[in-house]
Unconditional design. Structure first.
Length: 263
């Protein structure tokens, strides 16, 4: 029976240097030989998912932006964009807090480097990865195409409380550690993306599997029929998963795939 298997990218498929274990590549090859569907399921928006590095692994589709975007065999199946007037309002609010933030869309990411601490390498790193697909927020306010956003830094705890108070009605705030927050419109997360693509493709819930390592994976780990947390992942992910496998570089994905009979 064909299964649908959903994988987070960072900390699950590859490490912080974008290195992928050979055993993970082998697991993907064997799953494809078995006829299973393989999906990326990432908090990254589509523009920030590198096709050349990931798609040759055998993925049939991509769920991006924490469930706000889905594609199958290179065909876009859904995309939920934040209304321009709303993201303009959010942008003005984040500026009023002196926040360091990045607005994320299907085609572009938006970031003003001067809003980040001078010692932060983040703006330059993002520009290096995205090139012309990284735009400034300033000057593009009338054409922002965004489905989610991240706040990377807030200088004061009171501003953190103000952010949560103002945004909690319309957004889910995912705390990723330190001051880093991933912020997604209410009603969207990795599990809703999985639900939507499975409905479109006629995949039974009993045939769904997910692999993750972080707090933005919790919804999909709790939703799919079977779920795997990486052994070197966050404790919250381990608590949410059905099965905790070995760390990424100790053949974690391969071991879990064997555990479930996917290979």
């Amino acid at each position: 029976m064909r299964k649908a298997v959903f994988f987070d990218i960072d900390g699950t498929i590859w490490d912080e240097k974008h290195q992928i274990p050979d055993s993970t590549r082998e697991a993907f090859r064997k799953m494809k030989d078995q006829g299973h569907y393989l999906f990326i399921s990432s908090g990254r928006t589509r523009v920030f998912i590198p096709d050349q590095e990931l798609m040759p692994l055998g993925f049939d589709g991509i769920l991006a932006g924490c469930g706000t975007y889905g594609e199958f065999q290179s065909e876009v199946k859904f995309y939920h964009q934040i209304a321009l007037e709303e993201i303009q309002r959010v942008n003005r609010f984040l500026q009023s807090l002196d926040a360091s933030y990045i607005l994320e869309g299907r085609y572009f990411l938006y970031l003003d480097a001067e809003r980040f601490p001078k010692e932060s390498p983040f703006p330059q790193e993002m520009k290096g990865e995205l090139g012309e697909k990284m735009l400034r927020v300033t000057g593009n306010e009338d054409s922002l195409e965004v489905s989610k956003f991240c706040v990377n830094y807030l200088a004061e705890s009171e501003k953190q409380k103000e952010l949560e108070r103002v945004l909690e009605q319309g957004y889910t705030i995912i705390h990723r550690g330190g001051n880093f927050m991933e912020i997604v419109p209410k009603g969207f997360h990795k599990a809703t993306g999985i639900q939507e693509i499975c409905k479109i493709l006629g995949i039974n819930h009993a045939d769904t599997y997910s692999f993750g390592d972080s707090t933005n994976d919790l919804d999909m780990l709790q939703y799919t029929a079977h779920s795997v947390a990486m052994g070197d992942g966050m404790q919250q992910a381990k608590d949410a998963a059905e099965y905790v496998t070995a760390p990424l570089w100790e053949d974690g994905i391969y071991q879990a795939c064997r555990h479930y009979g996917l290979i």
